[in-house]
Design a protein around this ligand. Structure first.
Ligand SMILES: Cc1cc2nc3c(=O)[nH]c(=O)nc-3n(C[C@H](O)[C@H](O)[C@H](O)COP(=O)(O)O)c2cc1C
Length: 403
């Protein structure tokens, strides 16, 4: 394994020596990159002696570039670890700066990045630093929480560099996760590459009049996550989306609809020659029998208004009843008796598989996280709670394993 260790200008820079030693002891190849700030605190020679490699510290050094150029170096690493990471470096990463070697390497790399910040407690607590941290986390960077206690400046609080052993362990975990994800992705690609998936997502809006509708709380996130994950695994995806504000990748064919009837028409048009149909949309069971052509006005003396509803077509049941039907996957979003209702729906609608989805306070609709249980006629597999992207991967893997 190859680790590119970025060391920045902080009082804890000396602890990166111990971290280097731990990597070498564990058989890693280590290339240290120091910022100019870091060199104010510690000599590059110490890292060179421990790692066996000359330290890289300059972007514009013809001699260094003549060896392994900065882009090559970015590709060389299996993981980039920045420890300690100064407040300044965090801010620079946040802005995508590329004005020194370390920031340029980070920008030019698609490798996992682990960051261990260390600074004075007030620098850490500062809103600027905290907002930078949030932004970097949202971009998928792994950021270690700093330790708390007595600081070099004499103050007491949060901002200490985690112990070298903790940073070493965290980087091992990141590498293990990356490797597990790569294996999972490969398995998904093996099945989904070139297959055709039709998926519905989001709510439907059933018009009451030109400005009002009956809707539901489906955000579309689960269906969109499945569509994206399938496309990434090489599937040809057609996504029929109800009214949501989510974006989808350009390699997904997207059909936008509003009502259940429009969704049904789009499904009928696209269901043939599909390998799989996933009905992840929350389709309204009923629609207003006759939507008003003009906005319904509030009238004096009219205290009650009755809307007459009629049943919508059952899209998934229709697909499952076709002779040339694809593998049909439904969703059952329930607040109680989850597995019972889901099994009933599986049998009643003649589906190949159903994803039972408990909805409530912080689960299901509108939430980031979800917990799906995959059910077929002879299998029940409960997936642990995780984000919708992860649930999507698990769902696609389950389909792959059952076809
Ligand atoms: C004595 C001293 C100690 C410092 N310790 C830290 C620190 O622990 N964390 C930090 O973020 N900045 C610290 N700084 C400030 C950084 O060195 C400074 O912001 C520098 O520009 C960081 O640049 P770099 O990230 O490119 O190395 C310290 C400065 C001095 C003078």
């Amino acid at each position: 394994m190859k680790v590119l260790l970025g060391v920045t200008g902080g009082i804890a820079a000396y602890k990166a020596l111990e971290l280097t030693r731990l990597y070498i002891k564990a058989g890693f190849e280590v290339q240290v990159v120091m910022t100019s700030g870091a060199k104010e605190f510690i000599q590059p020679l110490s890292f060179q002696a421990l790692s066996g490699n000359p330290v890289r510290d300059s972007l514009f050094d013809a001699n260094q570039e003549a060896g392994m150029g900065h882009i090559e170096l970015a590709r060389w690493a299996d993981i980039i670890v920045i420890a300690p990471a100064s407040a300044e470096t965090l801010a620079r990463l946040c802005h995508g700066r590329a004005d020194d070697l370390l920031s340029t390497l980070v920008l030019a790399s698609d490798r996992p990045l682990l960051v261990a910040p260390a600074m004075n407690r007030l620098m850490w607590a500062n809103a600027a630093t905290q907002e930078n941290i949030e932004l970097l986390k949202a971009r998928g960077l792994q950021i270690m929480a700093p330790g708390s206690g007595e600081q070099a400046c004499g103050e007491v609080g949060e901002g200490r560099l985690p112990e070298p052993q903790q940073i070493f362990n965290a980087s091992q975990e990141v590498l293990a996760k990356v490797s597990a994800n790569a294996t999972r992705q490969q398995k998904l690609n093996n099945y989904w590459q070139g297959r055709k998936l039709l998926i519905t997502a989001g709510p439907t809006h059933e018009a009451i009049d030109p400005v009002r509708f009956i809707g539901n709380r489906s955000s579309g996130k689960m269906g969109f996550a499945i569509a994206e994950a399938a496309a990434k695994a090489g599937a040809q995806v057609t996504l029929i989306a109800g009214p949501v504000s989510l974006k989808s990748s350009p390699d997904i064919e997207r059909v936008d609809v509003r009502s259940a009837e429009q969704m049904f028409a789009a499904v009928k048009e696209h269901y043939q020659q599909q390998d799989c149909f996933i009905g992840a949309a929350a389709v309204a069971d009923y629609r207003v029998k006759e939507a008003a052509n003009e906005k319904i006005k509030k009238q004096d003396g009219v205290d009650e208004l009755t809307l007459e509803l009629v049943k919508n077509p059952d899209i998934i049941q229709w697909v499952a009843a076709q002779k040339d039907k694809p593998f049909v996957v439904g969703f059952a979003a329930e607040t109680n008796n989850l597995i019972g209702y889901a099994k009933d729906k599986l049998a009643r609608k003649n589906l190949d598989m159903i994803c039972a989805n408990l909805v409530g306070e912080s689960l299901g609709f509108e939430a980031q996280d979800n917990q799906l249980t995959f059910i077929t006629n002879n299998k029940v597999e409960e997936n642990p709670l995780s984000d919708k992207q992860d649930q999507a991967l698990a769902l696609l893997a389950f389909i792959a394993g059952n076809n």
